[in-house]
Design a protein around this ligand. Structure first.
Ligand code: 2U9
Length: 344
């Protein structure tokens, strides 16, 4: 029996040694130490031993049991360490590897210009108002003193959706809404940035869809002085330089008198160059004193209140500021063009 125990111990040792996975080890535990295992089988045979032999074999059997348990535990540790090692190797991440480059987006130059203009006017106490691009003819034209069949409507050839609904040709209707909302109260100091639509053939300086910022101030005692001072301050901030400005007479149905504002050429400072067509001046916006009929139509007493308004094409401002020569660049989404503005 002693020999059987020794043989069993030896056999188990080499099988435990050879085991390489937890499942195999489990099988060996059942095979040797389980209720129906081999060691238990040997112990069962002890009843046939003499009383002298019994304790000796008994203690040997216990020794074998604890030896097998020790080996199995050691092997179990060894296997689980090896498995962990293997997993760590397989799942290793090399944090020093360069990342896959992700392309960065940038702000579109027209959005950058819009935000810059908004910041300048907000700094002068204006609010920013937005409104629908699909408008009633009555807000786009009638309220702005363009009567039906009036030839001035031809200045802004339009995209009609029905006979009285169209794509707005300017952001002026937003300001009409703003005045109506204020129900005759002053001051009104708003700017309205947004897309507008006109039936124009696209070329380097025209687009059937373009962006505008218009502004409106209504209060007591507003004069051409406020108009000129405000717009000159805006231009100097926008082009980040000291400028000369001049107002020339013009015509818009919604303002009277109407003007256009020129600034001294941002490229040559007024000496004359290709950009200003050798005149030293560049036109940047239109403006005027709000027509009394427009004030009255939106609920303002034109005897008590006056106002000035202005409008500018954003593409034009961007062309001047960034020295671009074709407004179609803003809409064709050529990445080579857009990447130049990535840092804005
Ligand atoms: C209200 C009353 C008056 C807005 C104005 C202009 C002059 C103007 C053009 C510039 C180039 C449009 O983008 S452009 O083609 N705009 O010259 N706009 S005064 O006048 C208003 C607006 C709203 C209620």
């Amino acid at each position: 029996m002693r020999e059987r125990l020794e043989a069993l111990k030896e056999e188990a040792r080499s099988l435990i040694q050879a085991a390489h996975d937890p499942e195999k080890l489990k099988q060996l535990r059942v095979k040797y130490l389980g209720k129906k295992g081999e060691l238990t089988g040997v112990l069962r045979g002890m009843k046939d031993l003499s009383p002298e032999e019994r304790p000796v074999v008994g203690s040997l059997a216990n020794e074998v049991r604890s030896q097998l348990e020790q080996w199995m535990e050691a092997k179990e540790r060894q296997i689980s360490e090896a498995l962990l090692e293997e997993r760590l190797k397989a799942e290793a991440v090399d944090v020093t590897l360069p990342a896959h480059p992700r392309p960065f987006g940038g702000i579109h130059p027209l959005s950058a210009i819009t935000e810059e203009i908004e910041d300048i006017f907000i700094g002068m106490g204006f609010e920013v108002a937005e409104g629908p691009e699909v408008e009633w003819d009555s807000y786009n034209f009638e309220a702005l003193n363009f009567p039906k069949e009036h030839p001035a409507r031809d200045m802004q050839d339009s995209f009609y959706i029905t006979s009285d609904i169209l794509l707005r040709t300017h952001t002026s209707p937003v300001q009409v809404h703003a005045m109506e909302e204020r129900e005759g109260q002053v001051p009104v100091k708003v700017i309205c940035p947004g897309k507008v639509y006109r039936r124009d053939d696209d070329d380097a300086t025209h687009s059937h869809q373009f962006a505008q910022v218009e502004g409106l101030v209504v209060d007591r005692g507003i004069s051409m002085g406020e108009l000129h001072g405000t717009l000159e301050a805006f231009a100097e901030k926008m082009f980040a330089m000291e400028l000369e400005t001049r107002l020339r007479p013009s015509y818009f149905p919604f303002t009277e008198p109407s003007v256009e504002m020129d600034i001294s050429c941002v490229q040559c400072g007024g000496n004359g160059c290709g950009m200003c067509k050798h005149t030293g001046w560049i036109e940047i916006l239109g403006a005027g004193m709000v027509h009394p009929r427009v004030l009255e139509g939106a609920g303002y007493d034109s005897e008590r209140y006056t106002g000035f308004a202005f409008g500018m094409g954003l593409e034009r401002i961007a062309l001047l500021k960034y020295g671009i020569d074709d407004i179609r660049q803003f809409y064709t989404n050529d990445l080579k063009f857009l990447r130049q503005f990535q840092s804005l």
